[in-house]
Design a protein around this ligand. Sequence first.
Ligand code: SAM
Length: 278
Amino acid sequence: MLSYRHSFHAGNPADVLKHLVLFEVLKYLTKKDKTLEYIDTHSGAGMYSFSSNEAQKTQEYEQGIAKLWSYSGNNQTIKDYLDLIKGFNQNDLSFYPGSPAVAHNVLRAQDKSWLFELHPQDHGHLTNNFRPTRKRKVRKEDGFQGLLALLPPISRRACILIDPPYEIKSDYELVVKTVANAYKKFASGTYMIWYPVVDRERIVTMEASLIESGVKNIHLYELGTSKDTEEHGMTASGMIVINPPWNLAKTMDEVLPELVDYLSVEDGFYRSVELVSE
Ligand SMILES: C[S@@+](CC[C@H](N)C(=O)[O-])C[C@H]1O[C@@H](n2cnc3c(N)ncnc32)[C@H](O)[C@@H]1O
């Protein structure tokens, strides 16, 4: 089943949290000169235009990046993220970078990237936006299997984003299984797992499975724009980070309340939790 298209959702509150964390982690990991490998298991199209029919149909970005665009606070992490998004735009907010674009903004000449995307059309867009090179591979293959085949990475330094659409409910279990297997092959990588809160029970189960998986040093950052509901639709989303930069928890403890202030619709909230210690 491949009906999910990220162009309907680009720039929503979930993307804001996901890309802010991704940007922060990559900035930290690229402080060392040594080659870093970036693996994006579910890349999407790479770049999005808010004038597309898809973006205009849902206008989800209005609840996310558009609300934050006028940010007047002092949080440097949020300001850095906004500068990143501004770098893809002229004066008005017209474009939004997907995870490959966020990553390539930070990656250096010595780094490598692996971009997986299964949807034929989005794979086409991705290839146009990010031409394959010797150091950049763009694959129309399953990202879960692709990740496992790449580990351990040659450089022994890697940052992995796992961002599936969760269209198939078994994706929640598959994510945990894949991460546990990946960790056995390569325990020192920084893994980032995005998740949506549509049905809280699924996330409770996912967290419990991760805690029992044997994986160490797991942190979770969640942003809810409204409280959990039994009704249909995503009300919150989170990033689970394995082996995060040492200062990420402190950074997110300062960022998350501000994101709630700007993006909450009603009864917004955040969670910043250490699921498993080092
Ligand atoms: C949430 S979107 C990715 C968004 C992107 N990571 C970003 O932040 O800009 C998920 C993408 O995964 C793709 N996809 C679904 N199943 C996949 C699989 N097994 N392997 C690789 N890509 C897949 C979908 O076509 C979709 O484009």
